[in-house]
Design a protein around this ligand. Sequence first.
Ligand SMILES: *[C@@H]1O[C@H](CO)[C@@H](O)[C@H](O)[C@H]1NC(C)=O
Ligand SMILES: *[C@@H]1O[C@H](CO)[C@@H](O)[C@H](O)[C@H]1NC(C)=O
Ligand SMILES: *[C@@H]1O[C@H](CO)[C@@H](O)[C@H](O)[C@H]1NC(C)=O
Ligand SMILES: *[C@@H]1O[C@H](CO)[C@@H](O)[C@H](O)[C@H]1NC(C)=O
Ligand SMILES: [Zn+2]
Length: 551
Amino acid sequence: MQFFETRIVWSIIVGLFIVFSVFWSFPEESEAVVKCPATKPHRPSTFDSHKQTLLRILHSEEFRNASAMKLQAAIRTRTEVYDDDPISVEDDFAYWSKFEKFEHLLRSTFPLFYNKTTLHKVNYHGLVYIWEGSDPSLKPLVLMAHQDTVPVSNITLSQWEHDPFSGDYDGEYVYGRGIADCKDQLIGLLEAAEELIINGFSPRRTVIYSFGFDEEVGGPRNKNAEWLEEKYGKDSMYAVLDEGGINLDTIQGVKMSVPGTAEKGYMDLKIILETPGGHSSIPPKHTSIGIIGEMIVELEKSEFPTYFTEQNPAFWEYVCVAEHSPDMDSSVKKSILRAAHDEKANEIARNYIDVELGKGFVVKSTRALDIISGGVKANALPEYVELTINVRIAMEETVETVVKRIITTIEPVVDKYNLGLAFDLDGHQELKPSKPAGNCLVKVVQAFPPAPLTPTRGNHWNIFSGTILHVYEVVAPDSRGLVVAPGIGSGNTDTKYYWNLTKHIYRYRPGLLPGVYSKEHGINEYIPMDSHLHLIVFYYEYILSVDETDD
Ligand SMILES: *[C@@H]1O[C@H](CO)[C@@H](O)[C@H](O)[C@H]1NC(C)=O
Ligand SMILES: *[C@@H]1O[C@H](CO)[C@@H](O)[C@H](O)[C@H]1NC(C)=O
Ligand SMILES: *[C@@H]1O[C@H](CO)[C@@H](O)[C@H](O)[C@H]1NC(C)=O
Ligand SMILES: *[C@@H]1O[C@H](CO)[C@@H](O)[C@H](O)[C@H]1NC(C)=O
Ligand SMILES: [Zn+2]
């Protein structure tokens, strides 16, 4: 009896202890620690009836050879673009006719696709194909690629092991300019459509293929999105998928796919310094070149602040790495997982990414001093000097905040030399009146803000990220443990014109290798043929799965 009662008392004490510990620890855990958004493989319900086709794409030598030949033809049909290309197509039809040839190639290579779609040529060489769905109430899916490539510099030509425009294929790899950026993607999209058509698929949801022709020079001639917005209206698309992101990489021991769900902003800015000229035999103590040199020292010394917030999709990338990594230091892990609610932990996380990993561009705005010019003659003082700075704007900042920071950085030099100061961003503004000693102008040449954030919760994301997981299960069973996490694009693609069409914009090219190994824009650009086949399978499945959903 006595013993029994003691047990009851102890049970109550232990029970209370448990209740207390749950209530004490529970709020802390749930408030302070964030979790990597879980993703489950997603496959279309009709997968079984398409499985044979997918296996044929992956394993048939006949398909592989035929596909390689299509890539080869695309590489041989050259489509390089240059920064100084004629801005208007009408100014030089002959120059731009290379894209006419490229379109003819597509027409002859993909007859089934051409038969099922309507092609609209936008600004002459922008290609918009509409594959009409049976249910007009569903928002169309937009699949993108660009037809153009960067050039090959004549100086590096001798270092190419394969002629950059012959599209060599050795059974394993295909080589050539543009094969990785992004003719494989463009051709793969069309191959996926042809295979779907052969298999009897006709869409319920309209599918739109949209190919620009000057992405590599920033896309000033790309009117595809504008055309789509005019035809369909704002927020009229289900999702937009374009190149970008990290298709597959191992980060801190975690196999990751990191599609871009936002892009940093962009700005080209000039600092222009004008000072009185004169003879070099009676120079002032500092010429405009010397003064801008001081500004350069200040600019390079200064740092943009770092951020690690949920506004930046890379926040989730690092949360996922921290959660799954066998390699990452446990105190760093803890800090990353607590960074959303703990200022000290946040600082550790930021420093880790910025300093320890050397990936500052992920957590802050960056600037690169890229062009300098000034002075014309050895015996004349330089009256004019200009410096061009390229800035990539962090998600937490705006065009205005980064311009302001640059002005604040050079201002002490402006004051030291008693110069005037003005800036030009949507209009001229005088900050310090014009001075006889000289004047400094900070001029924004081109700028756009960071891209809106693509949602990474809900059906759209689940189908997209789930398709990645499922495709890897099918094509590479040894990729188990793959984690799909959102990331940030540090560069920009043509999607910057598509912001009004949908908030679901994905920048992702599937494949086996991290894109960076493919030497995009570099010498000996290549892709593994297997990667290309995986890419076709991905598009094939994604089109099917998106077609089924009613979102
Ligand atoms: C595929 O191409 C290789 C050479 O590139 C050739 O040896 C092989 O016979 C071809 N296979 C088929 C099925 O066409
Ligand atoms: C084009 O499609 C139509 C039906 O959609 C079909 O009757 C015709 O045979 C197709 N033509 C070619 C060349 O595939
Ligand atoms: C590179 O060489 C080709 C052939 O010699 C020439 O036509 C082309 O203009 C050169 N390109 C440049 C950028 O110099
Ligand atoms: C999006 O819509 C706004 C408002 O109509 C317009 O000013 C802007 O130019 C559009 N953006 C793009 C990229 O077309
Ligand atoms: Zn590209």
